[in-house]
Structures are given as C-alpha cells and as structure tokens.
Design a protein around this ligand. Sequence first.
Ligand SMILES: [Zn+2]
Length: 161
Amino acid sequence: MKANLARMDVPLREIRYALATHYHIDHAGLAEELKREGVPLLVLDVQVDAIPIMKTWTKPEDNYVDITDEGNVIISFGQSRQLLSEIGIAGEILHTPGHSDHCVSLLLDDGSAFTGDLPPEAYAFDNPVALVTWRLLRARGANRVYPAHGPIRSIDAAPGS
Ligand SMILES: [Zn+2]
C-alpha cells in the first residue's frame, strides 16, 4: 500500500481517515498498521461487532495486526455526511448489506459509489438483501460503481462489459 501511495504521490499523512467497507481480511487487514502511522479508522456503528471476529479468520503467517479500539472513530450513518464535509468530501456513507450484514458503501454526491464486495446486481437474483441495497444506491443517485475488486463501471453496465 505504501508503494502504491508513493507512486500516486499521496503522502500517508494526508489521509484523514481509513474506512473499511467491511471487516474481511482483504479489506481491513491493514487498519491497525494504518492507525499506527497516524491514520484514524472510521468505523460505522454497525461494523463495531465485526472487528474482533476478523482475527478468527487469520493464520499466524498472515501477520495480521489485531485492531484495537484506540484511534477508532465510531459514527452513525446519519453523522457521515457532516464528518465527510469537514474533510472536503461531498457524500455520505450508506448501510449496504448483501455481501455481509455490516457492509457499508461510500456514495459521493457525483454518483460515485464505492461498494466493496457487494455482489453485482446482475448476479444477485438469489440475494434479496443485495437487491434491496442496489435499489437504495440507485434511489440515492449512484451512477458509477467502484467495486473493491474492480473494474469501475456504470451502474447500468453488466459486469465484465
Ligand atoms: Zn468480503
């Protein structure tokens, strides 16, 4: 991550918060190490209970550093717009279950939605929770989707197209 930030010319100290869409190891595994580098962890209240469970899915060779409570900034969804505006981001954080119950998405006012591992709508026919989430995202103005594992696409484009 440090190498990627250096390549993009983003100093770590300019990152005001880290936000994990959900607490699975490939999405939040660096959180404690980021906090130690001075990046507070923004946690939505629905995510709190998922944090300690994460370590049960790791093996010693993963070198996972367990997330402590220290340096966590816990907020509700209703507080997200205000907090984001304080750091110059126009948008909100939404509860977007469908991959896990504690999944959240960052939705910017320009329609960009960072959806983590939310299954693509076209593949979610057997996942009513995800379908409700997609309806919410559309109703709130999402038009461009940034899934955690890519690629970026229009909300109406079929995945892979
Ligand atoms: Zn996941």
